[in-house]
Design a binder for this molecule. Structure first.
Ligand code: AMP
Ligand code: MN
Ligand code: MN
Ligand code: MN
Length: 283
């Protein structure tokens, strides 16, 4: 049987609803045998996830999903097989998390200007000890009855041009790629189909990403349509990038794709794991 590989997922350390241990148990129950935990801007869940994976006999790939700014746009870079104790990575992620706090205050201020009060505390109540994100504001706003579900709350309040959106400068893309690569990991462009860049900017992004040391892009992703699997398989080939596959799972009922249900990469893709010893043993 082919290994079930899922290289993008979230726990309560960021905006997922399962703890790292619960997430790994769920992945195992769904038949996943290689899982990357890739929390937003934090590696604090990796120790717990790794020890649970060891207990269950599955492979946990240490990962992170870094928020970056490129040409005034927010993009996400997934780092796979990172060394979670590499100083510059640890320090870089800490500074992004500081920025998240400042941004959350800005978001709460702009929401209060349209009459929505208490959102800072409300969002932090959902974030608990994890990072603060728009997802936590979304959960608060839905609970308060401002929208019926997460998707519509984003559309009405939390995306560019809407009252709860607050412009923020994340890490520079080149810098984030460096942290990942210098820690021994591989930088993968997350869900490129979600950025709405237009053809010219997309090609420019892929070119610059490659120049900066990026090596992979997500081809199969919970955020992609089936047509986009083919589109990004072609672009991976064109830019000599390895192909990744990940559900972007955020917990039961939170994501488009369940774990263990990822389709195979399109024909011709070279997977990011093609030379990983921890995957080879499974064939
Ligand atoms: P942040 O990093 O704080 O900007 O939050 C981004 C997170 O919000 C993403 O990782 C998703 O989990 C979630 N998200 C972004 N856009 C949407 C959307 N349109 N609907 C639901 N969740 C979204
Ligand atoms: Mn998320
Ligand atoms: Mn993302
Ligand atoms: Mn993600």
């Amino acid at each position: 049987m082919l290994p079930q590989i899922d290289l993008h997922s979230h726990s309560t350390i960021s905006d997922g609803t399962l703890t790292p241990a619960q997430l790994v148990r769920h992945a195992h129950a769904q038949g996943v045998n290689v899982l990357a935990l890739t929390d937003h801007d934090d590696v604090a869940g990796l120790r717990e996830a790794t020890s649970t994976a060891l207990e269950l006999g599955i492979t946990l790939v240490p990962g992170v999903e870094i928020s970056v700014t490129w040409n005034r746009r927010t993009l996400h870079i997934v780092g796979l097989r990172v060394a979670a104790d590499y100083g510059p990575l640890v320090a870089g992620l800490a500074s992004i998390r500081e920025g998240r706090h400042t941004r959350a205050m800005g978001m709460a201020d702009s929401l209060s200007r349209i009459g929505i009060s208490g959102s800072l505390q409300g969002a932090y109540d959902y974030a608990k000890e994890g990072i603060i994100s728009r997802t936590h504001f979304a959960r608060f706003l839905v609970a308060q009855g401002y929208a019926k579900d997460t998707r519509s709350v984003f559309k009405r309040f939390l995306v560019k041009g809407k009252p709860g959106y607050f412009e923020h400068h994340w890490a520079d893309m080149a810098q984030a790629i460096d942290w990942i690569v210098q820690s021994g990991g591989m930088a993968v462009l997350a869900h490129p189909g979600r950025y709405d860049l237009g053809r010219t900017n997309l090609l420019k992004l892929l070119h610059e990403f490659r120049e900066m040391g990026g090596r992979g892009i997500e081809v199969v992703s919970g955020s992609h349509t089936v047509e986009q699997y083919q589109q990004f398989a072609r672009l991976a080939h064109q830019f000599d990038l390895l192909a990744s596959s990940g559900s972007d799972y955020h917990g039961p009922g939170q994501s488009y794709l369940e774990m263990g249900r990822l389709p195979e990469l399109p024909h011709g893709c070279v997977p990011v794991w093609h030379d990983w010893a921890e995957v080879k043993g499974l064939h």
